[in-house]
Write a protein that binds this ligand. Structure first.
Ligand code: HEM
Length: 290
């Protein structure tokens, strides 16, 4: 493996360590500042903010959350690990950044995308913090995370709705998507062989549907759960949908980050400038030029 690739692997590991370390350090500082209380106590405090019924649900909620929480850990650790292996074994795809530039994302689309990215990232991080409330010591930190989770869920929906409509027409399945799937999207080798895809490939389409429709379901179920105005059995059902769908969303969100930040060089630039270079479009979005 070339030295430069090793450097990129080291950078990737450093990034993960930096983010993880920063989160742990910030959490500890906050806890020291405000003092830690037990998880049960922390969730019971939600009742004061949201609804007095919450106190009755606290124990049930925590036992379910702890159960599903165990499933999140393999996803949060396992999915990046799989991509780290891909990065070392196959490596990123690079394309020539010269020749014709093709317009891909308009200014408004890019603005909406980055707003969704900010709110969604905060929703994911704060959601995971609530899920691991016990490990974080509960208390103000978890209560604040819950506040961020609720606020950012609304923020995400505001920007996601117009972005959904802008992208919708390009996101319906096409017959050649099956061929894309059969060749692993061209990501299993570094060869620049044209893969059958239009403006968006099947992987991108799947992320689109899960992020937007799944995101809306997450918003609705989260809204119902936070209100606690239904009978306990129904609330339990909504919590289950919220946490299990969330598991798939987190897995695909990590996938989206890897694909757009590491797997295809220059991908990030295209979401900043709005343009892609011809060679990348010819290889990864061959049907678009045809
Ligand atoms: C920090 C978080 C995020 C980053 C760094 C990021 C980055 C990117 C980049 C670089 C692209 C361009 C990919 C290309 O065409 O080569 C992209 C596209 C896209 N993003 Fe994001 N994104 C983030 C969050 C999100 C969120 C939260 C959503 C869901 C609402 C989303 C939905 C999409 C979709 C549907 C596309 C077009 C299809 C695709 O490339 O997957 N992104 N993103």
């Amino acid at each position: 493996m070339k030295t430069s690739r090793w450097m990129e692997v080291v950078n990737l590991c450093l990034l993960f360590c930096f983010l993880g370390g920063g989160l742990a350090y910030g959490a500890e500082m906050l806890l020291r500042g405000f003092g830690a209380i037990s998880t049960v106590q922390a969730f019971k405090e939600f009742g004061v903010v949201v609804s007095p019924h919450w106190q009755a649900y606290a124990e049930d909620f925590i036992s379910f959350v702890n159960g599903v929480g165990r499933l999140y850990l393999p996803v949060i650790v396992g999915v990046p690990l799989v991509f780290l292996i891909h990065f070392v074994a196959v490596g990123p795809k690079g394309f020539e950044h010269k020749g014709r530039r093709i317009s891909f994302y308009g200014l408004f689309t890019r603005f909406l995308h980055w707003m969704c990215a900010i709110f969604f990232s905060l929703v994911v991080v704060s959601g995971i913090m609530v899920l691991f409330a016990k490990a974080l010591g509960g208390g103000s930190l978890v209560l604040s995370a819950r506040g961020v989770h609720l606020f950012c869920a609304y923020g995400f929906m505001v920007f996601a709705a117009p972005l959904f409509l802008i992208w919708l027409k390009d996101m319906f399945p096409a017959p050649y998507d099956i061929k894309w799937l059969l060749c692993g999207g061209g990501y299993l080798s570094k060869k620049k062989v044209e893969v059958p895809a239009g403006k968006f490939n099947l992987g991108q389409k799947m992320w689109f549907w899960l992020a937007f429709v799944g995101g809306a379901v997450m918003f609705y179920t989260g809204y119902v759960v936070s209100g606690l105005s239904l009978p306990q059995a129904q609330i339990a059902g909504y919590i289950k949908i919220h946490l299990i769908l969330g598991l798939f969303l987190v897995a695909l969100f990590i996938t989206h980050l890897y694909m757009s930040l590491f797997a295809v060089k220059g991908s990030l630039k295209s979401m900043i400038s709005g343009y892609k270079w011809e060679e990348e479009v010819r290889v990864l979005h061959s049907r678009m030029l045809k």
